[in-house]
Ligand binder design. Structure first.
Ligand code: PEP
Length: 251
């Protein structure tokens, strides 16, 4: 839909030491640092956030974190508060990624708490949802995604949704090389938008819904041409300057 912002975000996961991250970011600045569209967001590990925020501040590339804790401060050894991210120049934060849900037992309730504090603090959450292979095969995709949407966004207002990005990432497509076809992805994106509309009204038309799951230069254009796919959350292919730049340019 006209007016909805297009986004390509790179989730670097637990990859790149600080010097490696700086090299990758500099390569991206040369290739896509001046593009006005789509909005490009890099989500490096915590250890590279500050340095990258400095390097990128004169470019059109934004910085996102991969996670945060749902408290402002306190005795939470090893965790990072939203204010710590904001003060070093972070704008976005990925929340509820399937790897956090699976390996770190994050529930919709935990994700919901994080989203609320992120919004209160001024960070824009990129909220991930998506079904497992067995769930898709058993025809439960919509039920699972609806549960994650409702649970993760519980208690938010339509105004809050102005500052939320959703990423639909079928778990069976993450890091596997198996991508949903553009039609399969569009079907779920439409479903997500309808679900948002039921909860938040017309604001749903403004919420960017990104697709994630083995997005590559070869399949990006097909996915991004679908009416409810507003860009991508890219893992593996975001670690190579050429591939990520091609994906960004295919929006
Ligand atoms: C991700 O982890 O968000 C992701 C989409 O990974 P990949 O592109 O490697 O499938």
């Amino acid at each position: 839909m006209a007016g909805r912002i297009k986004i390509v975000a790179g989730n670097w996961k637990m990859n790149k030491t600080s010097p490696e991250a700086v090299k990758l970011a500099r390569g991206l600045i040369v290739n896509i640092g001046r593009l006005e569209h789509p909005r490009v967001i890099l989500c490096p590990p915590y250890t590279a956030l500050s340095e990258l925020a400095n390097i990128l501040k004169d470019s059109n590339i934004y910085i996102g974190a991969q996670n945060m804790y749902a408290a402002e401060s306190g005795a939470f050894t090893g965790e990072i508060a939203p204010s710590m991210l904001l003060t070093i120049g972070v704008t976005y934060v990925i929340l509820g990624h399937s790897e956090r849900r699976e390996y770190f037992s994050e529930t919709d309730t935990i994700v919901n708490d994080k989203i609320k504090l992120a919004l209160k603090s001024g960070l824009i959450p990129i909220v991930c949802v998506g079904e497992k292979l067995e769930q898709r095969e058993e025809g439960q995709t919509e039920e699972v995604v609806a549960g994650q949407i409702d649970g993760s966004l519980a208690g938010l207002s339509a105004d809050d949704m102005d500052e939320v990005v959703i990423a639909y990432e079928p778990i069976w497509a993450i890091g596997t090389g198996k991508t949903a076809t553009p039609e399969m992805a569009q079907e779920v994106h439409r479903f997500v938008r309808d679900r948002l509309k039921a909860g938040f009204g017309e604001t749903a038309e403004k919420v960017p819904i990104l697709y994630g799951g083995s997005v590559k230069p070869e399949n990006a254009a097909g996915l991004f041409s679908q009416p409810d796919i507003d860009g991508g959350l890219v893992g593996g292919a975001s670690l190579k300057v050429e591939d990520f730049a091609k994906i960004v340019k295919s929006v």
